[in-house]
Design a protein around this ligand. Structure first.
Ligand SMILES: Nc1nc2c(ncn2[C@@H]2O[C@H](COP(=O)(O)OP(=O)(O)OP(=O)(O)O)[C@@H](O)[C@H]2O)c(=O)[nH]1
Ligand SMILES: [Zn+2]
Length: 352
């Protein structure tokens, strides 16, 4: 295979100069770049430039918790030698007390933030997803479905509301069931591009995915029967789109919670963040403090008060969800100390 065809085929996989630049000459000559299309508990499925699928067991240095669908790895044909740095990463907080990030998808170029021309449309929800996309360094595109049957206000009014949230994001109103409208999304779905969809249940993510790939995607865990009995395997997660790119649809991708997105929130609400730095007190809560630049801007009409409230809520949500493991433990200790003290007070009162 000549170098030329290799790079062309790798481009199909989503490879770019960003990844080439991470390789040493020796790695370039001896190892094969592959992209992970499935991550299971103890193994992964990797796609080669020729789109052959290879099942690789995870051993030794590599564990599934460090691998995400969409990752690029270098393989010797049997094992993973190393994972390459990611261009973008979407993760979520794993459930449970021990706060840890669970990797959802890597190297996504575009995130379709999906809502509909009805009561699902909600500024706060869109801002949350925008902050996630900006934080992950993926390009956010707001896709408003059900433009064929808008409720309450005209389609254009929904589009204007979406544009007012973040002027950097493209906004597209579509009928997800109409192939001509699906074609309008294909600008983000061409060869080399990787896409993911987020949005609440029922907004049309499956419909869009079907339009772009021709497949009915199963995002949840699927149960399978085999000789050893029933077990759960994860559905295939990376799907080729008609336009040549890849759609990543992993469990956990569609409804993401916000965490560790301070930079994303900062970019989305840049005007508010900048202004907050000029408040008289550095720990200003922007409520009743004297010299509060945010309150002053609300008074003059420069800032929209509901938007400031949403910013405050997102910041609170982010810091709540971003609490580190040590903080969570510290909180546990603090709480048990409080309980002990309360018990002491009680027993003193009872004269014990
Ligand atoms: N008229 C119209 N119906 C749509 C449109 N998009 C989706 N629908 C319908 O809305 C319903 C829900 O669409 P889905 O694609 O299943 O929504 P989803 O976001 O995948 O939902 P979950 O799988 O629950 O997350 C289906 O009956 C679709 O046919 C649209 O643009 N116009
Ligand atoms: Zn203030």
């Amino acid at each position: 295979m000549t170098q030329d065809t290799t790079s062309t085929d790798l481009k199909t996989l989503g490879w770019s100069q960003f990844f080439t630049s991470q390789l040493s000459i020796e790695e370039l000559e001896t190892l094969t770049p592959m992209r992970l299309s499935e991550v299971r508990r103890r193994s992964v499925v990797a796609l080669s430039a020729g789109l052959d699928r290879l099942d690789i067991s995870l051993t030794g240095d590599h564990v599934a918790t460090d691998m995400a669908v969409g990752d690029f790895v270098l393989s010797d044909g049997e094992r993973i030698i190393r994972r390459l740095d990611r261009r973008t990463l979407i993760s979520r907080r794993a459930a449970g007390v021990a706060a840890s990030a669970q990797l959802i998808a890597a190297n996504i170029d575009t995130l379709f933030i999906t809502t509909s021309c009805n009561t699902d449309f909600n500024e706060a929800r869109l801002e949350r997803y925008l902050a996630i996309a900006i934080e992950a360094e993926a390009t956010p595109v707001i896709v408003i479905t059900k433009a064929d049957k808008p409720e309450d206000i005209p389609v254009e009014a929904y589009v204007d509301r979406a544009k007012a949230i973040y002027d950097q994001a493209e906004v597209l109103a579509i009928n997800a069931k109409d192939p001509a409208d699906i074609a309008r999304l294909e600008h983000y779905c061409g060869t080399g591009q990787t896409l993911a969809l987020v949005g609440s249940s029922g907004v049309g993510k499956s419909t869009i995915a079907r339009g772009l790939t021709g497949e009915d995607l199963d995002v949840g865990d699927i149960r399978e029967d085999d000789a050893k009995g029933r077990h759960t395997t994860t559905a295939r997660s990376m799907h080729r789109m008609h336009a040549g790119g890849w759609l990543i649809d992993t469990p956990g991708m569609r409804e993401l919670a916000l965490h560790d997105a301070m930079e994303g929130i900062g970019t989305l609400f840049e005007d508010i963040t900048d202004l907050a730095m000029t408040c008289k007190f550095s720990d200003c809560q922007h409520r009743t403090e004297p010299g509060c630049a945010i309150r002053a801007a609300i008074e003059t009409g420069e800032l929209d008060e509901p938007r400031v409230e949403r910013w405050r809520k997102l910041m609170e949500e982010d810091s709540r969800n971003s609490e580190s493991i040590s903080e969570a433990r510290g909180r546990g200790r603090k709480f048990s100390k409080m309980v002990k003290q309360a018990k002491k007070v009680k027993s003193v009162k009872r004269g014990e």
